[in-house]
Design a protein around this ligand. Structure first.
Ligand code: GRF
Length: 217
């Protein structure tokens, strides 16, 4: 089967983008990254994508009078490259209902919390302020509401008593880099069905363990 053509949208350093590029480099991976678009000229991930030999583009939202114009430009660039699935990877703009209807169930996002907890910005500080013992990250299909939509894969990451937002972010990020390629693989293999706005994964095994945090009590 031909590899699924993927476009990635970024706003920053692009470490999740890099994890996706690295996963797709494996000969048997069922997806390929054909385009990376940033909405900011200073997005460090653009250079990383170009170094990997991937077509890159800059579509700066500030060049457009409104969101519809910006999203039409995104849509046109994605279609021109033959993109079939869009992965948001640290893309700091909300996508509107019109764009998402055109790309229904074909836009993924990664968020650094166990959704639906701690949506929006500063998710790690929210987790620490909330005193939770377990946080994590989520890959989901995008809906117009912020950090909402059918959940594909989650990883649970323990929160240490002395964690700061930065130390927790670093621990969660390593889990992000593991689960985003897993979620992309599920989509590319056609194993995801959205039923009643929940994602069903064909052939998924039950999760193996309970995670208790703190441990040793
Ligand atoms: C990640 O923590 C991701 O979960 C969030 O934004 C951050 C992007 O980091 N949506 P990077 O650009 O992928 O390194």
């Amino acid at each position: 089967m031909a590899a699924l053509k993927v476009g990635i949208l970024i706003s920053g350093r692009g470490s999740n983008m890099t994890a996706l590029i690295d996963a797709c480099a494996a000969a048997d991976f069922p997806a390929e990254i054909v385009l990376v678009i940033a909405n900011r000229p200073d997005a460090g991930g653009l250079a990383r994508a170009a170094a990997a030999g991937i077509e890159t583009g800059l579509i700066d939202h500030r060049d457009f009078a409104d969101r519809v114009g910006f999203e039409d430009a995104l849509d046109a660039a994605l279609r021109a490259a033959g993109v079939e699935l869009v992965c948001l990877a640290g893309f700091m703009r909300l996508l509107g209902a019109r764009f998402l209807e055109r790309w229904r169930d074909r836009v993924l996002n990664i968020h650094p919390s166990l959704l639906p907890a701690f949506r929006g910005l500063r998710a790690h500080q929210q987790a620490i302020d909330g005193g939770v013992r377990v946080s994590g990250c989520t890959v989901h299909i995008v809906r117009p509401e912020m950090d909402a939509g059918p959940i594909l894969v989650q990883a649970a990451v323990p929160v240490a008593a002395d964690d700061t937002a930065d130390t927790l972010a670093a621990r969660v990020l390593t889990a992000e880099h593991r689960i985003y390629p897993q979620a992309l693989r599920l989509m590319a293999e056609g194993r995801v069905r959205v039923v009643d706005d929940r994602a069903r994964i064909d052939g998924a095994a039950p999760p193996p363990d309970v995670l208790i945090s703190p441990s040793g009590i």
